[in-house]
Design a protein around this ligand. Structure first.
Ligand code: DX5
Ligand code: ZN
Length: 214
């Protein structure tokens, strides 16, 4: 299991310390980009992403929660993103073009779905994505409670990926992930766990990461 701490929950006054935690003990930097329009919240932008990129020794996974994601793909690719995901709900019929655009920069392309979007909506795109991000809370805020129905949604995406022969494509899960639900998420077929509060607000973040490596 790969662990992707969500920097949204990091200590922004001591960001370098949290960047080093990910470098030393986790696998991927998960960076949440919110525009105040696709989601009601605003997170952080290029200066913060570029600062993290300058110290990161693990891949950057940029989760775009923005309208018109195609507008910013190149900029995040230039920042050094290895993975960029965008919401299906923000792209709809433009989804194939956004996937191609992300890939055109040599970046892995992921499609994200919110908990109220039927998983079948993204099935037509599973033959071209590099990963799938299943939200287990509604995108917009850290620190929300895991929605248990997400387990079936992870499983449904995993089963469909396997059915079309794309066994190597990972399913990533984001929102309310912690050591209590990590084993069930593994069982459902998750390969990458995003975790914000359960890492950075834990009394022992290194231990929290290890507990989720089920
Ligand atoms: C929510 C973000 C998540 C969030 C996860 O919109 O996409 O990545 O930071 O935070 P926790 O793990 O606290 O739910
Ligand atoms: Zn996220």
């Amino acid at each position: 299991m790969l662990i992707a701490p969500s920097i949204l929950a990091a200590d922004f006054l001591r960001l370098e310390k949290d960047v080093e935690l990910v470098n030393s003990h986790a696998d991927i930097f998960h960076l949440d980009i919110m525009d105040g329009t696709f989601v009601p919240n605003i997170s952080f932008g290029f200066p913060v992403v570029d600062a993290i990129a300058s110290k990161a020794r693990k891949p950057l996974d940029v989760h775009l929660m923005i309208v018109n994601p195609e507008k910013y793909v190149k900029r995040f690719a230039d920042s050094g993103a290895s993975m960029i995901s965008f919401h299906y709900e923000a792209a709809l019929e433009r989804t194939p073009e956004v996937i191609s655009l992300i890939k055109s920069y040599g970046v892995k392309a992921g499609v994200v779905i919110n908990p109220d979007c039927p998983v079948e909506k993204i099935f037509p795109y599973l033959d071209s994505v590099d990963f799938v991000l299943v939200m287990s809370v509604f995108a917009g805020f850290g620190g929300q409670k895991f929605i248990p129905e997400s387990l079936d949604r992870v499983k449904a995406v995993r089963v469909e990926l396997d059915r079309i022969g794309r066994h190597e494509i990972p399913v990533e899960v984001d929102g309310g992930v912690d050591p209590t639900n990590a084993p069930q998420l593994k069982e459902a077929g998750a390969a990458i766990l995003v975790a914000g509060s359960s890492v950075f607000r834990a009394p022992d973040p290194v231990k929290a990461i290890e507990l989720m490596r089920v």
